[in-house]
Design a protein around this ligand. Structure first.
Ligand code: SAH
Length: 514
């Protein structure tokens, strides 16, 4: 059946992926990234009482809790801290509430590529297999780590695919599956989803942080839409003097007396300029720090210095996620110790973003500052240039524990990455396996089309460029030197890994019956 004959209807009805609304000199050291990582990590291990609490001991809503932090500190907080509280507060946060169990899917807040089509996870499974085989021809103990596994759909497809590939069963028997997940409700989804694999793998375990995952065996890390969920700092260049200042979040009580002390608002004792764009919503407002903050002093200069001057000169604001950089540092250190490879897929590009922080509720974009009140998801596009810097700095660290060097590849468009792994052939195979069932074939094709279509392709079919995922999402890999990967200019290492192994990737799916 010709693929082109299908009408472009949405299988899941109204939907959205968390799409963007936005339009090396001195590398930051890995220590810097770690220092700017919020020191308090919300996880199942962190008791609620460890939070720097609002003065009230009975905070029942997230906006009240965040306003309490601002009052307690006597001043505004960073966008990164606002995001962390909104998403990760252990009882009120977006990922902590019981509703988190159903945020992914057509009835939830957003849909992701692995949820749209099995072809995504199957392609990643093939990449994982290729990396394992390029590392060692014989199956041996190893670990697969997924960061932010959501419903467990990607890992389910990856393990199912590995099980079908040559030596796959034996490789799985030696495989420790480690899931890094902060949401207890999503952990439950993952536990159910992956139950059928428990007997076929060496172990399955859950961890709040990647640093908690045991060391000692070669490791493959996969992460889809994980980095974008990590808090980002926002900086703005002042028009009057060109100085860079951090954008902060304050309580918006200019029209009233929100803190109830009769003075009409919170007195921070400093004169704060209100940021020009979308300054307020949900009881909060953006302000600009009057002087340097820790993040503006430590993260910003190094990221600016590493940028192409033509990019730097036109920026009016810039987002930097110290937490996402710290995740790359941690993954790089792990690969340097134990060997292996990592794959990050997210919406992003190789350059920084000016203003991509966005909030999504029920498939609609809402104001980021309203996210605590609406219980909305908050995310930001990923600056993979900063991730490459983080990897490079961790690669320069000296330690007796390090046995390998790690290289950063990409980012490349998701459609290139998936097609390099044979996604087109796999779609054709699955469509033809549907036989006369045209609606099933349509669903298969539609899922495939959604994850590979580029903005130009969507536009030429009369659609909205913003709906395209094939090039808005990109893939990047970190590959340690124990994985035989010859070509540095690789399309995210997938093809070269396959070539190194002597098996054309495109052929792998042609005749199999996954
Ligand atoms: N990868 C999945 C889910 C993406 S949603 C998919 O593509 O379908 C983001 C995931 O990251 C969720 O599982 C969320 O709970 C998890 N997450 C977000 N921030 C996290 C953090 N700081 N630590 C651990 N997990 C986190």
């Amino acid at each position: 059946m010709a693929l082109a004959m299908f009408a472009m209807t949405n299988r899941l009805g109204p939907w959205s992926w968390r799409r963007s609304s936005c339009s090396c000199v001195r590398a930051p050291t890995s220590m810097l990234a770690s220092m700017l990582t919020p020191s308090r990590t919300y996880s199942q291990r962190a008791p609620l009482s460890s939070a720097p609490l609002s003065s009230s001991s009975s905070v029942s809503s997230l906006p009240a809790h965040i306003a309490g932090i601002i009052r307690f500190r006597g001043g505004p907080i960073s966008v990164a801290e606002f995001t962390r509280e909104t998403l990760q507060h252990p009882s009120l946060g977006y990922y902590a509430r019981s509703e988190a169990a159903s945020i992914l899917g057509s009835k939830g807040d957003f849909v992701t590529s692995p949820e749209m089509t099995q072809i995504f996870g199957e392609s990643v499974g093939l990449w994982v297999h290729t990396a394992c085989a390029a590392r060692s021809a014989k199956p041996q103990p190893w670990r697969i780590v997924e960061l932010g596994p959501g419903n467990g759909t990607l890992m389910d497809d990856v393990l199912r695919t590995l099980n079908m590939l040559p030596d796959g069963k034996r490789r799985l028997e030696q495989c420790h599956v480690s899931l890094v997940e902060s949401s207890p409700h999503l952990r439950d989804n993952q536990r159910q989803r992956l139950a059928r694999f428990h007997d076929g793998v060496a172990s399955v375990s859950w961890h709040a942080e990647i640093a908690d995952v045991p060391h000692g065996v070669p490791t493959i890390v996969i992460a889809h839409e994980f980095l974008d969920a990590l808090p980002t700092h926002v900086f703005r260049r002042q028009e009057r003097d060109g100085a860079w200042r951090e954008v902060l979040v304050d309580v918006d009580d200019r029209d009233g007396d929100a803190d109830g002390d009769g003075d009409g608002g919170v007195d921070h004792g400093v004169d704060l300029d209100v940021a020009a764009d979308a300054p307020s919503a949900g009881g909060f407002r953006y302000v600009v720090a009057p002087g340097a903050t820790a993040a503006s002093a430590m993260l910003l200069p190094r990221r600016l210095a590493a940028m192409d001057p033509s990019v730097r000169d036109r920026l009016r604001s810039v987002e930097i996620s110290g937490k996402a950089m710290a995740a790359c540092v941690e993954v790089t250190r792990r690969l340097r110790r134990d060997g292996g490879a990592a794959l990050f897929v997210d919406y992003g590009r190789g350059e920084p973003y000016e203003a991509s922080v966005r909030a999504i509720k029920a498939h609609r974009q809402v104001h980021p500052l309203a996210a605590p009140a609406l219980s909305a998801d908050l995310s930001a596009c990923v600056d993979f240039g900063a991730m490459a810097l983080a990897t490079a700095s961790a690669n320069e660290e000296v330690s007796d524990e390090y046995r390998h060097g790690v290289r950063f590849h990409g980012p490349v468009p998701q459609s290139d990455f998936l097609h390099a792994l044979g996604a087109g052939e796999r779609a054709r195979h699955l469509v033809s396996a549907c036989g006369d069932d045209e609606s099933a074939a349509r669903r298969v094709y539609d899922g495939y089309r959604r994850v590979v279509e580029t903005a130009d392709e969507v536009a030429s079919a009369g659609g909205d460029r913003g709906d395209a995922m094939g090039d808005a999402f990109v893939a990047a890999t970190l590959v340690s030197d124990d994985v035989a990967c010859g070509d540095d200019a690789v399309v995210s290492a997938a093809l070269s890994l396959a070539e190194a192994r002597g098996a054309p990737v495109r052929g792998c799916f042609e005749n199999n019956k996954l």
